[in-house]
Design a protein around this ligand. Structure first.
Ligand SMILES: C[S@@+](CC[C@H](N)C(=O)[O-])C[C@H]1O[C@@H](n2cnc3c(N)ncnc32)[C@H](O)[C@@H]1O
Length: 479
């Protein structure tokens, strides 16, 4: 059935309007948008905001669209707009977020930006459901229906969110310093925001969430070093693609700079091309996904504001849990804690201790095993001396497989202890989150029930991964 205007939602109508203005703008930058050149369109999805859908059926590996370099927003395409230097050079994230911050659309209006306005107008209008927004608002005394949810997050998730917040604060400080020193007449539009501290911080959260790898930016080779953090860009059209963890997905065509591992010859690169899934044909009207990376749910939640849902809730096949707080207290409870901590720090093994669970296996990460081996060796020797840990160094250096049979039994027992603690904590948290009565979390925001369910999924993942690892350890599996 061809949808009538009456059956199309207001949101879809305004999306159609902004999409058509975006295409006009992209055409002025040289993009081909005919039916044979642009094989995707943007539509609302039931659960993930807007998404990209096939305009017509296409064979595997078909070119879906090509965005010219002038249509991208990155440190090179923005540079001429920010010629004045600030106290420190702006990073790509800072420059992109600064530009968005200065040109955020007000209410339902279009963005005032004469350069990227039609593109910025297609970005999400708010990130109220994003956990970073809750944390920023809680710290600045602003309201958000999400603030009470912060008390219900697993500790490892909250710790990751706090780290993200630290990055946000550093970038916000750099952008504010830039705005204060750079020529103010260039930034006249920002004056109103800057006078209102709360308003300006809220605007910057919106800009920052759009302008980092979180949510919308993508890797784009601009610099001679492959690892340079400024290799990123906003890319219109592509940024409507939702994530799939395991399903078929489109892929970027590697650029010459990627292939030859050098900076692009043209400073702004040659733009981006995307091809449809290589493993399957796409049918007209089907949603086309991207894979944001093989991130654990903790990362998806903190950085992107959603989690992968397992098709079968009882069976989480790909899970990862960060054990930092529990293992840290296990180690720090002992007299030897200062010594163990300093050795692990010196050798680069402090923290990032995880449990994993996949369809094939479950177990502790090598980093966790290594930390537990040292902890148990030092506790059993009751000696805090560098000589006594040579067998541990030999295991780390690959000269021997284990420290001793006793040490193997001891660290596995410690692993069972921390798994049991995690299981008890997750069960108690899930009991507390069972009903609709998440304590103090009964706001009117329509995304709240969805977010409560996401938090339950995070706890369920902790529970199932810890149970699986405990069972494998009790069974005597080799890790
Ligand atoms: C690159 S944007 C994708 C387009 C976005 N849905 C929109 O409306 O503009 C990434 C954001 O989309 C949402 N998203 C992407 N994949 C999702 C998924 N599988 N489930 C739920 N939300 C998803 C998240 O809010 C994420 O931060």
């Amino acid at each position: 059935m061809v949808p009538t205007t009456a059956s199309i939602s207001i949101a879809q109508l305004s999306l159609n309007y902004r999409w058509s203005k975006l295409l006009v703008w992209l055409r002025t930058h040289g993009m081909k948008t005919g039916v044979d050149d642009l094989l995707v369109e943007c539509k609302e999805t039931p659960t993930a905001g807007n998404g990209l859908f096939a305009r017509k059926s296409c064979l595997p590996s078909s070119l879906l669209f090509a965005v010219p370099p002038q249509g991208l927003m990155n440190i090179r395409t923005l540079r001429s707009l920010y010629p004045t230097s600030g106290p420190t050079p702006l990073t790509a994230v800072q420059m992109i977020s600064l530009h968005l911050y200065l040109n955020r659309p007000r209410g339902s209006e279009d963005s005032p930006d004469p350069h990227y306005g039609p593109y910025i107008s297609t970005l999400p209008r708010e990130f109220d459901s994003h956990p970073l927004t809750w944390l920023v608002r809680s710290k600045t005394g602003m309201e958000s229906g999400g603030i009470p949810l912060l008390d219900h997050l697993p500790p490892s998730v909250l710790a990751s969110l706090v780290k993200l917040h630290d990055r946000f604060r550093q970038d916000w400080a750099a952008v504010r310093a830039y705005l204060q020193t750079a020529n103010s007449c260039v930034f006249s539009t920002s004056d109103a925001h800057l006078d209102d501290v709360h308003g300006s911080t809220s605007n910057y959260v919106w800009a920052w969430l759009n302008g980092t790898f979180n949510t919308r930016c993508i890797y784009y080779r601009l610099k001679s070093s492959k690892e340079d953090p400024n290799n990123l860009t906003l890319c219109p059209i592509l940024d409507f693609a939702n994530h799939t963890a395991k399903g078929s997905h489109m892929t970027p065509v590697p650029s010459e700079a990627d292939i030859w591992n050098t900076a692009p010859v043209k400073p702004i690169g040659k733009g981006f091309k995307f091809v449809s899934p290589a493993d399957t044909a796409v049918q007209e009207g089907e949603e086309i996904f991207l894979t944001y990376g093989s991130h654990p749910n903790r990362t998806l939640f903190v950085e992107y504001g959603f989690v992968n849902k397992s098709s079968d809730e009882a069976e989480i096949t790909d899970g990862e849990v960060d054990m930092q707080d529990l293992v840290e207290s296990l180690i720090l409870d002992q007299k030897s804690s200062v010594f163990v901590k300093s050795v692990l720090e010196d050798e680069g093994y402090w923290g990032d201790w995880t449990l994993y669970h996949s369809a094939e296996s479950a177990g502790p990460s090598w980093r966790l095993t290594t930390a537990l081996r040292l902890h148990c060796l030092v506790v059993s020797n009751n000696a805090i001396h560098d000589n006594t840990i040579q067998p541990w160094r030999d295991v780390v250096g690959g000269k021997r497989g284990t420290i001793s049979d006793e040490n193997e039994i001891a660290w596995r027992q410690s692993l069972i202890t921390v798994c049991a603690a995690l299981i008890t904590r997750a069960q108690a948290s899930l009991r507390g989150l069972k009903d609709d009565d998440f304590e103090g979390c009964s706001g009117s925001d329509d995304w709240l029930p969805w977010m409560r369910e996401n938090i339950r999924i995070l706890w369920r993942e902790e529970l199932l991964v810890a149970e699986a690892v405990k069972q494998c350890t009790l069974r005597g599996d080799d890790f």
